[in-house]
Design a binder for this molecule. Structure first.
Ligand SMILES: CC(C)(COP(=O)(O)OP(=O)(O)OC[C@H]1O[C@@H](n2cnc3c(N)ncnc32)[C@H](O)[C@@H]1OP(=O)(O)O)[C@@H](O)C(=O)NCCC(=O)NCCS
Length: 222
């Protein structure tokens, strides 16, 4: 769960700050289940907002939601569906490491409490691990030099301006990491099942919740 620097305009009642032990969902675990990993779109972004409001004790900024729709992160920002109902999400970003590599940073990964222990988070994290599997490359838009002169607009035969495709660069994924509030043992157990280990601890990572410290969980990929 990433710290969020700016607060959203709407103030919601914060969800509980601790995550007590939970048992498998009693009825849903016996129902026929279909778990899907779905794309984020402007039409379902509201569902992502609602989920995060319930799942995490910190508000996420408008910038977070705008960035989640960027084509660059379309493969790593997803909704988790249980029988077609959006019950969870994973939102990541790519962070550059040197010239040719990136890290995947998991900003949010959560599932609504009644739908836990059904494999929804596993489906979401498995999807991220597939995007970042060893040897795979991700294609990102090349950063635009703000001092470079604006390119001359090109025109088609009909005289209309042709929109230039953004320049893409390929990067290798070096590792996947995230922050988890210390004491959130269920998240730690969940991630350890997928090969993540505690790489460090950051004091005062969270400003508005207690404990304010966070574990850094990491999995090397390259
Ligand atoms: C952590 C979390 C995402 C797991 O979601 P989930 O959909 O229940 O996870 P899964 O059903 O895919 O669980 C996979 C495995 O992880 C482990 N696991 C998950 N929750 C666990 C718990 N409460 N206690 C022990 N192990 C747990 C188990 O090994 C489980 O396999 P099993 O059910 O066959 O025993 C969920 O508890 C959650 O949303 N927590 C609140 C938000 C949060 O803390 N996010 C992490 C920081 S971003």
């Amino acid at each position: 769960m990433a710290n969020s620097s700016s607060s959203s305009a709407i103030q919601y009642q914060p969800p509980p700050m601790s995550y007590g032990p939970r048992h498998p969902a009693p009825v849903r675990s016996q129902l026929p289940k279909r778990i899907d990993v779905a794309d984020l779109t402007p039409n379902n972004l509201g569902q992502l907002r609602k989920l995060n409001t319930v799942l995490f004790p910190i508000p996420y900024s408008e910038r977070f939601y705008k960035d989640a729709l960027s084509p660059d992160v379309a493969s790593i920002c997803k909704l988790g569906l249980f029988n077609d109902i959006a019950v969870g999400n994973v939102c990541c970003r790519f962070e550059p490491v040197g010239e040719s590599s990136v890290k995947v940073y998991i900003m949010t990964l959560g599932v609504l409490a009644p739908y836990r222990r059904l494999g929804v988070a596993s489906a979401l994290l498995s999807h991220i691990l597939k995007v970042a599997e060893p040897g795979s490359k991700v294609s990102l838009r090349a950063p635009v030099d703000p001092n470079a002169p604006a390119p001359k607009p090109k025109k088609g035969k009909d005289g209309k301006e042709i929109k230039e495709e953004p320049k893409m660069i390929e990067k290798v994924v070096d590792s996947i990491y995230l922050h988890v509030q210390t004491g959130n043992e269920e998240a730690k157990l969940f991630y350890s099942k997928f090969g993540f280990h505690v790489a460090g601890e950051v004091d005062n990572y969270y400003r508005r919740i207690q404990p304010s410290s966070a574990w850094v969980l990491e999995k090397k990929v390259a």
